[in-house]
Design a protein around this ligand. Structure first.
Ligand code: PLP
Length: 379
């Protein structure tokens, strides 16, 4: 079976973990600090704060912005459900807004119309690594005095107008889950250019403690810590960060492989009239965390038939990006978002990961094309 994605890890990650085990410092310590530095450098930001995953990253970022009960945060429904959940974790309400049907990213004009006196922040998602139109969101943020918090879960290594994703909004949150671009098993990172916000995030992630374990152990004097706010335990461990440091070194190659494979898909599928390959806006360089295909009107098969056909050919596929407003926690809102619903229902993800060969991509495309001849034979 050709899988949908495989994380790329190897000996360098193993050596890093072995070093941490030998050092005896297993929790948040020097490796986390080094990983944060490397991540901030890749994103061109002043600061990066490592946490336990991207959902906790989003939760902490919202808390740092004083988002709480009664507040509204604008976000897409068409996203992994953690986007909306993080807003609920902060006690606030997600306000679901339509996406641009070409990029699956939050629609700036629909966002503008959804702003109310209760709106506290806007959370665009760089969906499957495709950069959202940040200049449009920054302009809306300036007009209305609202912070832009980026859900950049899938977007490390993507670029928007030449700028790496991570430094445009007040904060950007990344995921290090194995299904993303680089991984630490589980993990998250918050980038920001604000020193005060970074300091607040560092307090919040570790119980509100005034000194870190590393500072206390490193001190020549007795240190009595205090707890400055109701914090959380959202730490990343040095075991994870050691993996992350090795992953950062692989990032350029991972991105260039993904872009190359996306090119192979695009060129090969250009002649398949019923399939639409991802639209890439001018001035954006996506990392192709996933490769979503859209079935055009008049496609010879339904999406389910296509996915089943691919399975018989030993090729994994996944449905398109989910819709939070269709899931039980949010279905009660009774929302109808026709653009998002069509985009989700008509799209399918096909395998894309850096270890794939060009031949693997052609095997997937052969599978897609063969569904038509199969149908012709059956009729
Ligand atoms: C994966 C993902 C998340 C959640 O990331 P975790 O690290 O698993 O918590 C949040 N938002 C989006 C858009 C994602 O794709």
């Amino acid at each position: 079976m050709l899988p949908i994605a495989v994380p790329w890890v190897g000996e360098e990650e193993q050596r890093g973990v072995a070093e941490v085990i030998a050092s005896g410092w297993l929790t948040q310590g020097p490796k986390v600090a080094a990983f944060e530095k490397a991540f901030a450098a890749a994103c061109g930001t002043a600061e990066a704060v490592a946490v336990s995953n991207c959902t906790t990253a989003l939760h902490l970022a919202l808390i740092a912005l004083d988002v709480g009960p009664g507040d509204e945060v604008i976000c897409p429904s068409m996203s992994f459900i953690a986007t909306a959940n993080s807003i609920r974790h902060a006690g606030a309400n997600p306000v679901f807004v339509e996406v641009d049907p070409r990029t699956y990213n939050l629609d700036p004009e629909a966002t503008r119309r959804a702003i109310t006196p209760r709106t506290k922040a806007i959370m665009p998602v760089h969906q499957v690594g495709m950069p959202a139109d940040m200049d449009a969101f920054l302009a809306i943020g300036r007009e209305h005095g609202l912070p832009i918090l980026e859900d950049a879960a899938c977007a490390i290594g993507s670029r928007y107008k030449g700028r790496p994703i991570g430094g445009d909004g007040v904060m950007a949150c990344f995921s290090l889950h194995p299904r993303k671009i680089i991984t630490t098993g589980d993990g998250g990172m918050i980038t920001t250019n604000s020193e005060p916000l970074a300091a607040k995030l560092r307090l919040l992630r570790q119980h509100g403690m005034s000194v870190t374990d590393a500072q206390r152990h490193g001190s020549k004097q007795v240190v009595i810590e205090s707890y400055l706010m109701v914090g959380y335990n959202y730490r990343m461990t040095d075991l994870q960060a050691a993996v992350g440091i090795a992953q950062m070194a692989r990032l350029p190659e991972i991105i260039s492989r993904r872009r190359h494979l996306a090119d192979v898909y695009r060129e090969r599928l250009a002649s398949v009239k019923w399939i639409e390959t991802p639209f890439v806006p001018e001035d954006t360089e996506p990392n192709f965390q996933s490769y979503p295909l859209r079935l055009k009107a008049g496609a010879p098969v339904s999406r389910l038939e296509l996915m089943n056909h691919m399975m018989t050919r030993q090729i994994s596929t996944r449905r398109g990006i989910m819709l939070a407003h269709r899931e039980p926690p949010y279905a009660g809102l009774g929302l109808s978002l026709p653009v998002s619903e069509a985009a989700s229902d008509e799209s399918v993800l096909v395998p894309l990961y850096p270890q794939m060969t060009d031949g693997d991509v052609h095997r997937v495309c052969d599978g897609l094309e063969s569904v038509v001849s199969r149908n012709a034979l059956a009729s």
